[in-house]
Structure formats: C-alpha cells, structure tokens
Write a protein that binds this ligand. Structure first.
Ligand SMILES: Nc1ncnc2c1ncn2[C@@H]1O[C@H](COP(=O)(O)OP(=O)(O)OP(=O)(O)O)[C@@H](O)[C@H]1O
Length: 299
C-alpha cells in the first residue's frame, strides 16, 4: 500500500521548473532510497510530502489526504533534515523532550540508549554542537519518534564513517522490530545499497527510476567479451554504458536479460552506485569515453 505519493506533480519557482510531472509512491513498511544529483529535486519532493511546501500542479496524498496544514496526517510524519532550526536557548535535552511530545510512538529508552551510544552531550546548547553532533540529534529524533512515515534528508552530514554505519545498523535493527515507511535521501549510495529495498532516482525534476532494488539488480548487468559477441547479446537491450578495452567490448545493459549467456562473454552484476551513475548519464546524454574517465566508486 502506498502511504505517501504524488502523481503528475510539478513545482515551479518563477520560470524555474524544480519538479516536472513527477509521479512516485512510497510503500508501507519499506525502506526507500531517494537518490539523485545535487539540485535534482529530492528535498522539494520531501518538503511537499511533509506539508512544508506546496506543489504548483498535480496530486499529492499522504495517508490518503493532502498533507498541507493537515495535523491528522503530519502527526504521523517525521522529517529529519540538516537545516532544522531550534530556538536559540535550546539544549539537546530540550529538543528531545519537544520531540517526545510531538510523536505519539516516541521511545524514550531508545533515545537514551542512542544518546549514550553516540556520546551526545545532553546539556549542551544546540547552536554550540559540532556538525556531526547536530546530525546525531536528527538521527536520534528520527529513530526514536517511530513515526509511521519518516524522511531522512542527508542525515549524516559531518558524521564520520563509524557513526554513519552505527546509524545504518540502528536503523535496520529498529526497522526490523518496528516496521514503518522510511525514506532515505543520500548521495552515499554504496553505503546504503544493502539497506534500501526500493530506489527512486530523480534528475532535473524528473523520475528516472522507480523500482525495487532486487529487480533493478536482476535486470542490469555488465557484459564483457569479443566485440561482435557483445553486440549480438546487447541487441534489444537498453545500453547504459559502453567501454572499448582493446579488442574487447564492455557494455552495461538493462532490461530482461537472458538467464544464460554465451561462454565467451563475462557477465557481472552492477552495483547500485554504478547503476545510478550510468542511468543518470544515459538520461542526460552525457558521454564518457573509456574507463579512465570513470570516477565512480565500485562496491
Ligand atoms: N525557494 C526556491 N526558489 C528557487 N529555486 C529553488 C527553491 N528551492 C529549491 N530551488 C531549486 O530547485 C531545485 C531542486 O532543489 P532541491 O533542494 O529539491 O534539490 P536536491 O535534490 O535536494 O539537491 P541536493 O542533493 O543538492 O540537496 C534546485 O535547482 C534548487 O536550486
């Protein structure tokens, strides 16, 4: 069941089109990855779904209703973002107390455990916190709120790799015990590729991919071999990427791939990071020649 979605949504700021006919849905009790380059429109999508912004046209529904100024909907929604503002005098414990009053599923014990685990100074004023500590406040609120619909918009800024992985582990463990709908927007695709069950990729205000992670992986492969054999295999598939390696050709393909491939071809899975980069390049018509120009991280 879709708990939050939009269909045919556009968002304009003056002449600028931030969202262009976007249709997507976030399914109940799933971890979703909302991916895309800087300025793609991810935050705008999350703002609209959390009633903090308004679509120019199209339909938006969260728990069956429009979220804007809708207390009934918004009490079940938690939006964690880097730019969260707190009153000047607020210390960390004030922020946690405020959150405990807002979210009816708030788990105070979990919040306490996380404060200890992330070594967060409870009495320190929020404006004195380091960037990573600020992110930790958001992560703790996002997890302990147990809101049926939780958005994390790049929740890790300033956090070191150990703390980020602690967050992913905690998120997964808590989600296993208390399933809910979680939308994670991030640029660190490799780090979350085993976490997200569904991927929505946006680019320049349009949706490029909206698919379950398993299906995406199953429907994509990199095929390497003698050029003619690869060309034959590649016919009738969408080509995301092509590299010539001397006499060999390597292509990344998407679409229903045959279960068996000819013996002279080497077929490898594609990481989510590669898939996202290649799909985005293909959609934007960016051409990269040869392997040396590839600045991708491989997982
Ligand atoms: N209030 C505004 N007025 C004008 N343009 C805006 C406004 N808010 C956002 N935009 C533009 O809309 C586009 C989408 O922005 P958005 O913040 O949704 O991107 P994003 O995918 O979250 O990017 P990032 O990964 O860099 O955070 C950007 O080009 C941004 O500059």
């Amino acid at each position: 069941m879709t708990v939050a979605g939009m269909s045919g949504v556009s968002k304009r700021y003056g002449d600028f089109v931030a969202l262009d006919d976007v249709s997507l849905g976030f399914t109940e009790n799933r971890i979703h990855g909302l991916l895309g380059r800087n300025g793609a429109g991810k935050t705008t999508i999350m703002q609209i779904l959390t009633g903090q912004n308004f679509e120019t046209s199209g339909n938006v529904e969260v728990f069956g209703e429009h979220p804007y100024e809708n207390a009934r909907v918004l009490r079940d929604v938690c939006f964690i973002k880097e730019s969260q503002k707190y009153p000047d005098m607020f210390a960390v414990h004030h922020a946690l107390t405020a959150a405990s009053l807002v979210y009816e599923n708030w788990d105070g014990e979990l919040a306490e455990e996380l404060v200890e685990e992330f070594a967060l100074p409870l009495k320190r004023r929020i404006r004195k916190l380091s960037r990573g500590q600020m992110s930790t406040v958001g992560i703790i609120i996002g997890l302990a709120s147990r809101a049926p619909l939780t958005f994390f918009d790049e929740p890790y800024l300033g956090l070191d790799a150990v703390a980020r992985h602690r967050f992913y582990d905690r998120l997964l463990a808590d989600y296993a015990e208390h399933p809910r709908t979680i939308v994670l927007s991030t640029h660190l695709i490799d780090e979350i590729s085993d976490l997200v069950e569904h991927v929505t990729l946006v680019e320049k205000g349009r949706v490029l991919l909206d698919e379950d992670t398993d299906e995406l992986r199953a429907g994509t492969a990199t095929v390497t071999g003698p050029a003619r054999a690869v060309e034959e295999f590649a016919a009738n598939h969408t080509e995301l990427h092509r590299e010539q390696l001397g006499g060999l050709l390597r292509v990344t393909l998407s679409g229903a791939l045959p279960e068996r491939s000819p013996e002279d071809l080497h077929v490898e899975p594609v990481s989510l990071q590669q898939l996202v980069v290649r799909t985005t390049r293909q959609a934007t018509g960016e051409q990269f020649v040869g392997a040396t120009n590839e600045k991708e991280t491989h997982s």
